[in-house]
Ligand binder design. Structure first.
Ligand SMILES: Cc1cc2nc3c(=O)[nH]c(=O)nc-3n(C[C@H](O)[C@H](O)[C@H](O)COP(=O)(O)O)c2cc1C
Length: 281
């Protein structure tokens, strides 16, 4: 009884005020402003709640997409199989790009680490000096997340994320290497906005197939892989370091070449790959 009385008293003022607003003529400035305010308040609550509620779903979508791209570049994607099961033997590791060592960093979970977000955090990235910014990335993360595909505790493949400017857009790709850390097993560009039929051919399976078996470094550890203009002369001794450029898309081809030269060079995965190759002897 007391509760009901209390509620009635608490609600008396707002209810009277609300009735007062409803009684105002429809063309009154006050009523218009109050209704507009109420509608925008309701809308912002709906939008905010939707964003908050959908965030876990969105994150799980991003993680699934990432796994899909990784499995795809090593030819392990099977549409009818559970992605997590397929991903089971793949370990995500953090690499300190400057030293080339695997690291564990406090507060960074390699599985959810986002290198692109890291480039916006001064402690986790540094600007790339323009004269060294071959791939036009602007800022480079301190740590990279790499994917190690293992079987019976030995590495089968290594997958390295790469990115950089094509002609019109940033190309995001994955480079899969064999256990020698030198032979390319596969290359994919899974995100770009180049022109379909021209630069967009970076994701053409026929062009992608040309990368398999190509070598990155020569015997003296010099970075040799390159996308050339035109077709590779397969009889040349250097053919194993060369990939055909995309016809009619010289700029995108040059972009891919720059991306690989940056990420496989000293400022990218160079120190890491060198350590892996030395460890194999
Ligand atoms: C509408 C339009 C879209 C183009 N898109 C691309 C592209 O995505 N990537 C690219 O390298 N070149 C693109 N080009 C072609 C370039 O402008 C340039 O002509 C080409 O890279 C030269 O290549 P080529 O030397 O192999 O002929 C486009 C051209 C036009 C007119």
């Amino acid at each position: 009884m007391l509760n009901q009385e209390l509620i009635a008293r608490v609600w008396h003022r707002p209810a009277t005020w609300f009735r007062g607003v409803l009684d105002l003529p429809n063309d009154s400035v006050h009523k218009t402003l109050i209704v507009a305010l109420a509608v925008s308040l309701v809308c912002s609550v709906v939008v905010t709640s939707t964003v908050v509620l959908l965030k876990p779903l969105q994150q799980s979508d991003v993680s699934r997409e990432k796994k899909r791209n990784i499995l795809e570049v090593i030819g392990m994607l099977e549409d009818d199989k559970n992605m997590d099961v397929l991903f089971h033997g793949i370990e995500t590791k953090l690499v300190d790009l400057a030293s080339g060592d695997y690291v564990q960093v406090e507060n960074i979970d390699p599985n959810s680490y986002d290198p692109i977000k890291a480039t916006a955090i001064p402690e986790l990235s540094s600007p790339v000096p323009p004269e060294r910014d071959v791939a036009n990335i602007g800022s480079r993360e301190k740590y990279a997340a790499v994917y190690v595909v293992k079987r019976d505790d030995t590495m089968d493949y290594l997958i390295l994320p790469v990115r950089g400017l094509g002609m019109y857009s940033t190309l995001h790709g994955l480079l899969a290497l064999e256990a020698d850390a030198n032979t390319i097993f596969g290359f994919s560009v899974y995100q770009h906005a180049e022109t379909p039929g021209l630069g967009g051919k970076v994701d053409d399976p026929k062009w992608r197939a040309l990368w398999k078996g190509k070598a990155i470094y020569d015997e003296s550890d010099a970075l040799r892989i390159q996308v050339i203009k035109g077709s590779v002369d397969v009889y040349k001794p250097d053919a194993k370091y060369e990939v055909d450029g995309l016809t009619g898309a010289t700029n995108t081809s040059r972009g891919v070449n720059n991306i690989l030269r940056y990420w496989l060079g000293d400022d990218g995965y160079g120190p890491y790959l060198k350590k892996l190759r030395s460890a194999r002897g």
